[in-house]
Design a protein around this ligand. Structure first.
Ligand SMILES: Cc1cc2nc3c(=O)[nH]c(=O)nc-3n(C[C@H](O)[C@H](O)[C@H](O)COP(=O)(O)OP(=O)(O)OC[C@H]3O[C@@H](n4cnc5c(N)ncnc54)[C@H](O)[C@@H]3O)c2cc1C
Length: 492
């Protein structure tokens, strides 16, 4: 068992030791709100060599925000300088790094330090973290900001490891690989495929897109901000008003529950497909599932890419990968230099991506055998003083505001413990169950998620564990205060 004091003998109030896993938007928000509340003993463990999370790790060409950048911003550091409506990855990453440095948050971050496991020690009521450096670290509170997209998903294709050329996942893009003039394949036509395919087509000698199922792709009004707009945003009041204006609309919306919005979105996407000249390609690009059934996608460049003579769309299933390329079920051999896997991420594990052991030696993985679940997406029964950001069923709208609401809830819970002289709190199972029953009932009412094509959102048990069925403002309201009656509490 580790030393329960980290050598400092401090436990409550502003001295409470708080460990945070990950320095993406979740870890950054946590450090900010904790410090604002007077907590100073904060350690943010980040496996990577820099902060920024998703935006640090993902570097594939074409990666950009798919919500307006002005609302994909920390509310405490709105950015007057966003160059366009939907900023690209380098600009978002630069903003994250700047935020951490300008707000003096780097002092809390331990880069190149992964948390391999965490165990709740019932005797000392502390979390004991095993770090990849071999150290143990003891904390009173654990905030998991591991994010949803930390684990790459590869398709189960025969011969995948036999390819003799370059094979890379969009989520682990190798910037040293030149695609100039190469014969490139992209497997997958969902979010990262739609963003990267137009960019890859610009440089590749030939691009073959292997599509399993077609997705609706909406245009986005992605424009550079004018000098006048940038000048206006430089006024903090005007910037805050602009932010509030977008939030008023986005925060209140529940697009998937509204058949009229779904129908309109599908019609707009169907019109966008009309740009594709070849009728057969157009047909193949047209989904047979309703809009909203899968993750919504946005691009102004995706469909026009299929008019290029050097781009082919293949919908025959992939039979195997060989040392020289891809063979499809119709027997065609596609000779290739590079295969790009735009096949997404394992999204249903949340904090259980590392072994986390709670009360009674029960692991999070065991507790979630039927799929991840939490009260308000943040706390889960049997794991005291564990707060999860971007946890189960919190995927909705713009994720930075959602994560901010969650981080603020964690801070309020810690403050409530301090006010009551409590060392730990653990959400009561019946409270968590009642919340999840209500949540799953609401999910069942979203018609477009019932079509059988939303499997990306489902745990193995078939339960939808990623999506939030209500609005961002509903979520904000639900986590605006902490009710200690919902928790079992204790002292050391
Ligand atoms: C390609 C892509 C595009 C996206 N586009 C949008 C968008 O347009 N709008 C939107 O709202 N959301 C988008 N998202 C979702 C995005 O992940 C969230 O907006 C946001 O980044 C989540 O922040 P986070 O801090 O929870 O997780 P992340 O950003 O994923 O950060 C998690 C961090 O934790 C670190 N970490 C994980 N496990 C450990 C460990 N055991 N020990 C130490 N460190 C660890 C990781 O290295 C990472 O730095 C996108 C996601 C992807 C993958």
């Amino acid at each position: 068992m580790g030393d329960d004091t980290n050598g400092q003998g401090r436990r409550r109030g502003s001295d409470r030791r708080i460990a945070v896993i990950g320095a993406g938007p979740g870890g950054i928000s946590s450090a900010y709100f904790l410090r604002e509340a007077g907590y100073e003993d904060i350690t943010v463990f980040e496996r990577a060599g820099e902060v920024g999370g998703t935006w640090q790790r993902n570097r594939y060409p074409g990666l950009a925000c798919d919500v307006w950048s002005h609302v994909y911003s920390f509310t405490w550091n709105l950015n007057p300088a966003w160059s366009r409506s939907y900023a690209t990855q380098p600009e978002i990453l630069a903003y994250m790094i700047r935020t951490v440095d300008d707000f003096g948050l780097r002092t809390y971050v331990r880069l190149n330090t992964g948390v391999d496991a965490a165990r709740w020690d019932e005797e000392t009521s502390t979390w004991v973290l095993s770090l990849d450096s071999g150290e143990e670290f003891v904390a009173d509170v654990l905030i998991s900001g591991q994010g949803m997209f930390g684990e790459l998903r590869y398709p189960d294709i025969e011969g995948r490891d036999t390819f003799g050329g370059v094979a890379m996942h969009t989520g682990a893009w190798d910037e040293s690989v030149s695609l100039d003039g190469k014969r490139v394949a992209v497997i997958g036509s969902a979010a990262s495929g739609v963003q990267s395919i137009p960019e890859i087509a610009e440089v590749a000698g030939h691009l073959t897109v292997f599509q399993r199922s077609a997705n609706w792709v909406l245009p986005k009004e992605d424009v550079e901000h004018t000098a006048e707009q940038l000048e206006a945003f430089a006024d903090p009041t005007a910037l805050a008003e602009y932010h509030a204006g977008i939030m008023t609309f986005l925060g209140a919306s529940t697009p998937f529950s509204n058949p009229e919005i779904n129908g309109a979105a599908e019609w707009i996407a169907a019109c966008a497909i009309e740009v594709v000249e070849d009728p057969e390609t157009r047909r193949k690009l047209t989904p047979d599932t309703p809009w909203g059934c899968m993750r919504p996608l946005f691009s102004n460049h995706y469909y026009p890419t299929f008019n290029r003579p050097d781009v082919a769309l293949v919908t025959d299933p992939i039979e195997r990968i060989t040392p020289t390329g891809i063979v499809t079920a119709d027997g065609t051999e596609h000779e290739l230099d590079v295969i790009v896997f735009a096949t997404g991420y394992e999204v249903t594990k949340f904090a259980s991506r590392i072994p986390i052991t709670g009360r009674g030696g029960r692991s999070l993985e065991e507790a979630w055998a039927d799929g991840a679940q939490a009260h308000l997406g943040i706390t889960t029964s049997g794991f005291p003083n564990l707060f999860m950001l971007y946890g189960p069923n919190t995927n909705q709208g713009s994720l930075i505001p959602m994560i901010e609401y969650e981080a603020q809830y964690a801070v309020k819970a810690i403050q409530a413990m301090d006010a009551e002289g409590i060392d730990w709190l653990d959400v009561r199972p019946e409270v968590m169950d009642a919340y999840n029953e209500r949540l799953q009932d609401a999910i069942d009412e979203v018609e477009v998620w019932k079509g059988g094509c939303s499997h990306y959102y489902l745990a193995e048990s078939g339960r939808m564990v990623t999506q939030y069925p209500w609005s961002m403002f509903d979520f904000r309201e639900s986590v605006s205060s902490v009710d200690l009656d919902e928790f079992e509490v204790g002292t050391r």
